[in-house]
Every structure is written in C-alpha cells, then in structure tokens.
Design a protein around this ligand. Structure first.
Ligand SMILES: [Zn+2]
Length: 354
C-alpha cells in the first residue's frame, strides 16, 4: 500500500491549556499517515484482490463499482478514494454522511464548502421559512416577517440566528469518523480492529457503545472563513515514550472550521496492554489534540471553542435547536423576487430540516 508522507506545520496559539495539550499529545503520539487535498485521484489500497476492509467480503459476493471517498464528498473531498470499500458498505456509510451533514446543518452554508454538486449547499427551514444561501455578493438570508429567526443588532453589526437542525442519529457521526480512521490504517493492522469494523458495519455493538468515554468526539471550532476548504485527515500512533493507559491510535480530521478527534477503540494490542496494567486500569486516558491555528486568525475572527461530545446515542434526534452568532460588515435589504411554483434550484445536496 502506498503511504503519503507530508510535513505539516501549522501555527499554535500560545495559551497554557493548548500548550499543555500539545506537549501531552505530541509527546505520546507520532503521525503515521496523512491524506489531504489532491488535484488528481489518489487511491488507498490495491485494486486486486478487491476485499472490503470493513465487512471483510470480496468479489463476487460484493461489488466495488462506486467511487469510495475516504472523506465525504460533501466535505469537499473530490480525489482521495479507496479500493477497499464495497458498494454495500458504501451505501451504509452514505447514511452516516447524511447524519453528519444534518448535524452540521446551517453551518455547512456558513462554512462555504462546496458540496457534491460543486455548490455551497442552500439551507431551508420549512417551519420558519428561513432560507440561507451563498451568492456571488455574499451570504443571503431570507426570512418571513413575524417568524423571524434572525435577531439583528445593528449597533454592533451582529446577529443571532436561531434555527432547527435537520434530524440526525448521533452514533452515525462516531461511525463515520471511525470509518475514515480505519481507511488510514496500514493493511497489516486492520485485523486488530475487529470490534471497530463490526461496530461501523452493523448495529451489534450499539447498545454496548452507549455513553462509552473512548468514543467521545473532541471538537475544536474556529470562527471566520473556512480554514480547511478541502478536508484532510491524520492517523497518530503511540510512540515508545507514551504512557500505557492511552489508546494505540488517534484520528484527527481537519474540515471547514473544525478539528474532529476520535480514538480508535479496542484494538487487540490495546486490550493486551490495558490488561497488563497493575493495578487494573480504571479509565482510559484520551490526550486532547491541540488547536493548530495562528494567533492572528483568532484575533481577527474571535476565540475558538473546544467541546468533548458524547455522540453514542442511537436514537434519532429531531427538532434540535441550532444557534449561530453572526458578525457582518453591512446589511442590504433586497426586494423579494417571485418564486417559480417548484423550486428547481433545490438539490439533494441542500440542507433541509426534516
Ligand atoms: Zn463492505
């Protein structure tokens, strides 16, 4: 399997918490694999024999006809593909992508990342009539009077926008991140991650996974225009000086204005090492990946936030409130154009609360 090695140097804020995170994380982990934006198609894995890395099935039991994106197309990944994802798993992972895209909701329009149809997705909330789209001259926000989800403060050039997230299944977010992480494993390590592969290709471990700390997703968000218009991903591996109670591998996804971090759960080598710890291990430690961005960015667009989120619920979430704080340079009132009876510009890639 071909490996990509690139050096990535990103600046880091100097605050004490972040410095401590960087010291702990980079003291314990080394970057093993990285895939990032590519102008030409780049494939992980080998075209023959075709075996699915996730379900373990091969041709002719399963087919491999569809393009298998390592990171979702909706995130702006065009060319990083794999040979080891069968069409059955691909269709299942597409559902996880829908949940992930819905969770981000309106943020996808604000993040200005071109989706599947090479356009920034429009957002439409049928309940309030709110419509947000990215046009040549800037962000368009259409609201209906009396139902106004936008509270504007012209004195400070800021606004609060309150809308609804389209429905999503939280555990799908964990499964999608884990799928991307498994793509970056060396072929020789895939067998070690049997639990993770079963977890993402079936629901057999969903109940056991509820509230599991090792599956918590750590997210840094920064304000401003998209920092990463095309996503890239890194896989980190424990090094020789790492403490025993941390997982073997960590995955980091850089996408739009986010850094998502997830530990790869329950490898065989982790199990053996954790069992060998005396006194018995009480909890697994998850070093936090530091925020990598310049101080000037934060000074211009505002501070970053960090959250550790439990997305292990397998129950569909509907009607969740989604709040945004916006800053703008100037506001222009635009007369409303009459709409055609069917909105033909609406595409499947657009964001819509269900
Ligand atoms: Zn498969």
């Amino acid at each position: 399997m071909s490996r990509i090695t690139k050096t990535l140097k990103l600046p880091m804020p100097a605050d004490a918490v972040n410095q401590q995170r960087a010291k702990q994380f980079f003291g314990a982990y080394d970057c093993e694999m990285m895939v990032g934006p590519s102008d030409t198609p780049f494939y992980l894995g080998t075209p023959t024999p075709r075996i699915c890395r996730f379900c373990g099935k091969s041709e002719p039991e399963v087919s491999f006809r569809k393009d298998a994106h390592v990171m979702p197309d909706f995130m702006g990944n065009r060319n990083i593909l794999s040979h080891f994802e069968c069409d059955t798993c691909n269709a299942l992972f597409a559902k996880y992508e829908d949940s992930f895209a819905n969770y981000l909701g309106l943020a996808r329009t604000f993040n200005q990342i071109k989706g599947k149809n090479r356009k920034v997705p429009k957002f439409k909330d049928n309940k309030t009539g709110l419509e947000v789209s990215m046009e040549a001259e800037g962000l368009h926000i259409k609201t209906i009077q009396g139902q106004d989800p936008l509270v504007i403060d012209e004195a400070t050039n800021s606004a609060q926008l309150i809308t609804t997230r389209p429905s999503y299944v939280p555990i799908h977010l964990v499964k999608l991140l884990l799928k991307m992480a498994l793509c970056l494993l060396d072929e020789s390590e895939v067998d070690d991650y049997r639990w993770a592969r079963e977890f993402i290709t079936s629901e057999v471990h969903d109940e056991a996974a509820q509230g599991m700390g090792i599956l918590s997703v750590m997210i840094h968000s920064v304000s401003g225009p998209p920092v990463f218009p095309a996503p890239f991903a890194q896989l980190y591996t424990r090094n020789a000086s790492a403490p025993a109670e941390i997982p073997e591998k960590m995955f980091v996804l850089y996408y739009a204005n986010y850094y998502f971090q997830l530990a790869l759960p329950f490898s065989r080598v982790d199990k053996v090492r954790f069992l060998g710890i005396t006194p018995p291990l009480q909890s697994i430690d998850l070093p936090v990946f530091p925020l990598l961005i310049g101080e000037t960015w934060l000074a211009e667009y505002g501070p970053a936030t960090f959250r550790r989120v439990d997305f292990t619920s397998n129950q569909k979430r509907k009607g969740e409130e989604h709040r945004f704080s916006l800053a703008f340079d100037k506001m222009i009132e635009v007369p409303i154009k009459p709409e055609p009876p069917n909105d033909a510009s609406q595409s499947a890639n657009d964001v819509k609360p269900a």
